[in-house]
Write a protein that binds this ligand. Structure first.
Ligand SMILES: Cc1cc2nc3c(=O)[nH]c(=O)nc-3n(C[C@H](O)[C@H](O)[C@H](O)COP(=O)(O)O)c2cc1C
Length: 221
């Protein structure tokens, strides 16, 4: 796969097969992602991976918490609402995903089932957590983003599917029950990893992007 094909191949997968991913493959993906840049080469990211029964226990624990109505308490506060164009895009992608799933926006039961499926990491057999040390500048998120993007691209290059999920970081106490993440290491995000269920219609969904001239300002050319 050339670089452009790899970029196009990566997308958020929302239905995974149960097939496991071996530890050597995951290690190689993390090794590739480690090539990402970081401020002053500080390399603040740490990766914690749950597979097998560990992943199943975390998924189940999160689903139970969410279904019990427990409010999320992530290590790092998350945006609850965006503004203007950003909010419009946020709403649009959520609406599109529900449409492809055939869920009416007024169907609370099905919407709740989809929400639970989010906490279930869409059935992914592997959960990948990225942490950064507490008390760092907001710029550490740039390092985290660079790392996680490289990880997802490396996975796509190996025929693996990913979904970066804020949802997976909603209940850090469940994650720490099964992974040895110290409290000083702050969970930024989780990534669902595995093989895509290519028969699932939701995996045909592709989000859109703004025309490039909307975001690009070229000056002096
Ligand atoms: C920080 C972050 C958090 C996200 N959290 C979720 C999530 O909880 N559930 C979900 O289904 N998708 C989640 N996504 C996936 C985005 O919806 C997705 O990246 C976006 O719609 C663009 O689509 P694409 O990844 O297929 O290109 C998240 C993405 C990022 C970068």
């Amino acid at each position: 796969m050339n670089f452009r094909q790899m970029i196009a191949a990566r997308h958020s997968c929302r239905s995974f097969l149960d097939n496991p991913v071996d530890a050597a493959t995951i290690t190689s993906l993390v090794e590739i992602a480690q090539c990402s840049p970081s401020w002053g080469n500080t390399q603040p990211c740490r990766i914690w991976v749950a597979g097998g029964q560990t992943a199943r226990s975390i998924r189940q624990g999160m689903v139970v918490k969410a279904e019990a109505g427990c409010p999320p308490l992530p290590d790092i506060p998350m945006p609850s609402k965006f503004q203007g164009e950003l909010q419009a895009r946020y709403v649009e992608v959520g609406k599109s995903v529900l449409e492809v799933l055939g869920i009416d926006k007024k169907d609370t039961e099905m919407r709740n089932a989809h929400r639970a499926n989010n906490y279930n990491a869409f059935g992914a057999p592997v959960l990948v957590y990225l942490t950064v040390p507490e008390g760092k500048s907001a710029y550490v998120m740039l390092d985290a983003g660079a790392f996680i993007n490289a990880f997802c691209l490396a996975a796509a290059d190996q025929g693996l599917a990913t979904c970066i999920q804020a949802t997976l970081a909603h209940y850090p106490e469940i994650v720490r029950q099964y992974l040895p993440i110290p409290v000083e290491e702050k969970i930024v995000v989780g990534v669902a990893l595995g093989y895509a269920d290519t028969a699932a219609p939701i995996n045909c969904f592709r989000s859109t992007r703004e025309p490039v001239d909307k975001i690009l300002t070229l000056t002096g050319f």
